[in-house]
Design a protein. Structure first.
Length: 75
């Protein structure tokens, strides 16, 4: 059985590159409507990648950093 690689849209490929970009690449590749130009099936994959990246960053920062950015008020 032959395995074929799924072809993705150019918007999907550009967004994946943007997620991995560093420094000047982030600014050069920024396009505000990029996520809106990705089809729904690919968007689910992208959203999963965004959450994975976000949770990884927050895990490295620790909960103290989270509480500093999102203070909780008592009522």
């Amino acid at each position: 059985m032959e395995v074929t690689e799924v072809e993705h849209s150019s918007a999907y490929i550009d967004f994946k590159k943007q997620l991995k970009a560093t420094g000047r690449q982030k600014l050069d590749g920024y396009y505000p409507d990029l996520l809106n130009s990705i089809n729904e099936d690919e968007k689910r994959e992208i959203e999963r990648d965004i959450w994975t990246l976000f949770c990884g960053i927050m895990g490295k920062l620790g909960t103290s950093m989270t509480s500093m950015r999102f203070p909780v008020r008592s009522i």
